[in-house]
Design a protein around this ligand. Structure first.
Ligand code: ZN
Length: 168
């Protein structure tokens, strides 16, 4: 793993454990996005480019289709929610995103496709768990004919409720 000098707190520190994950290093360069789409086997249409810019030009992120759709509208990109969904699914199939199954109601898509774990905040929100802060010491034998692809740990969070009368 190489140090890449990024230091935005919860930043992904790279990818030590990914094996067969088609991951690329996070790169803020916008010019690169068209090439990224091509090398993932996707034709860089205007719509894909616009959404890819929103997704990938800001470092690692977790977005739902609704969030991305709202951002697209703010950026005056004319695109329907259905198209945003389709594009997110195409990017996921192409290995540019990973879909997080964390919440029955909402799918989140992660621009970091390397293996890592997540905090899920009750009521909405996803954060990366700092790397190497979870140790998995035992795994079950997979059933006959199966192999383990990866292990995703989800740590669920909620705000600490203030007790009335308690002073801190
Ligand atoms: Zn993540």
């Amino acid at each position: 793993m190489t140090a890449d000098g990024s230091n935005d707190g919860m930043a992904h520190a790279g990818c030590e454990t990914s094996r067969n994950v088609r991951s690329w290093r996070p790169d803020p360069s916008v010019q690169d996005i068209s090439g990224r789409l091509r090398s993932a086997g996707l034709r860089p249409t205007q719509q894909r480019l616009s959404l890819a810019r929103l997704l990938f030009a800001q470092g690692d992120r977790h977005v739902s289709a609704e969030i991305l759709h709202a951002q697209a509208r703010n950026a005056h990109i004319p695109v329907s929610l259905a198209t945003v969904y389709n594009t997110l699914n195409q990017f996921t199939e192409a290995g540019l995103l990973r879909e997080l199954s964390v919440d029955g109601a909402r799918a989140y898509f992660d621009t970091n496709t390397a293996d890592h774990h997540h905090f899920i905040i009750e009521g909405g929100g996803v954060l990366d768990v700092p790397q190497d802060s979870i140790a998995i010491t035992a795994l079950p034998e997979p059933p006959e004919g199966m192999e383990i692809v990866r292990v995703d740990v989800v740590v669920r969070l909620r705000k600490i409720r203030r007790r009335t009368g308690a002073r801190s």
